[in-house]
Design a protein around this ligand. Structure first.
Ligand SMILES: *Cc1c(COP(=O)(O)O)cnc(C)c1O
Length: 258
């Protein structure tokens, strides 16, 4: 099978899984946006998937994204780069340069720095607020209880467009527990929507990865972020990206098959 065919096959399989999950809870698959996560994937394979109809892609590390953008040249400008990784203060200016959406806002210092930079270059940035619903320390994101107050502060930064919430589900094969986390994010979304805070929109619920996206869809996700399900296993274990997670419970060791 050619590289293109095998990527196409993986995409089709993800699309099928999306449809089946939607069927279960009477949702329209067209309302679920699939964002390929392209960390560790080289540009030729990324572009093959882009051409299958996925111009919005997500990267987890600033340096890696910048290297690929350079390599792609003008083509990179036609893509919509989402940043989903832990953002360090010294990388904020760089992210502002290439990202169309930053899904991982969870600290006021970073949000303020981004706002200042955006002001300087005359741009707006779509952002999602990252919430840690799993309670795992390594996962970054706000505690659910602190999220509302954070959003109220963040809403005052006039170059950030708050568009919703993002979470990384619990790394576990205890699926009811995984589901509980997604449900918590949905509940928060509802609560914040009801408050009708100025400059705050809650249109996106970005949750669900290769191993848990069906559950996320059942619980209301409308944006899912898929890496391994499209591009295959990565060279680095999950603990490389989320230091301190229990590797025995990481996604590599357990594939959901119900
Ligand atoms: C890598 C990554 C994903 C995709 O994970 P897979 O298990 O490869 O589908 C989703 N979200 C974030 C923030 C990631 O870093």
């Amino acid at each position: 099978m050619s590289e293109f065919d095998s990527l196409q096959k993986n995409i089709n399989s993800i699309k099928n899984r999306i449809e089946n999950a939607c069927l279960k809870v009477d949702r329209n698959p067209n309302n679920i946006q699939l964002i390929p996560v392209t960390k560790t994937v080289e540009t030729d394979r990324i572009l093959q998937v882009v051409r299958m109809g996925y111009p919005a892609i997500a990267e987890n590390r600033v340096q890696e994204a910048r290297r690929k953008i350079k390599q792609m040249g003008q083509t990179a400008e036609q893509l919509e780069w989402h940043f989903v990784g832990h953002l360090q203060s010294n990388k904020v200016n760089k992210v502002v340069r290439f990202a169309s959406m930053v899904q991982s806002i969870d600290r006021m210092k970073i949000a303020e720095k981004m706002n200042r930079r955006l002001n300087k270059v005359g741009k707006q940035m779509d952002v999602l607020i990252q919430v840690n619903v799993s309670g795992e320390e390594s996962k970054y994101g706000l505690a659910p209880d602190n999220t509302l107050a954070f959003i109220e502060e963040c809403a005052k930064l006039d170059h950030l467009n708050i568009k919703g919430l993002m979470t990384i589900g619990l790394f576990s094969d205890d699926w009811p527990k995984v589901r509980q986390g997604f449900r918590e994010l949905r509940r928060l979304q509802g609560k914040i929507t009801a408050l009708q805070i100025d400059h705050v929109q809650m249109q996106y619920l970005s949750m669900g990865m290769t191993n848990d996206f069906e559950i996320a869809i059942e619980e209301g996700a409308n944006m899912i972020r898929i890496g391994r399900g499209i591009f295959g296993e990565r060279m680095h274990p999950d603990s490389y990206y989320w230091p301190g997670i229990n590797e025995a419970k990481s996604h590599h060791q357990n594939t959901r098959n119900n």
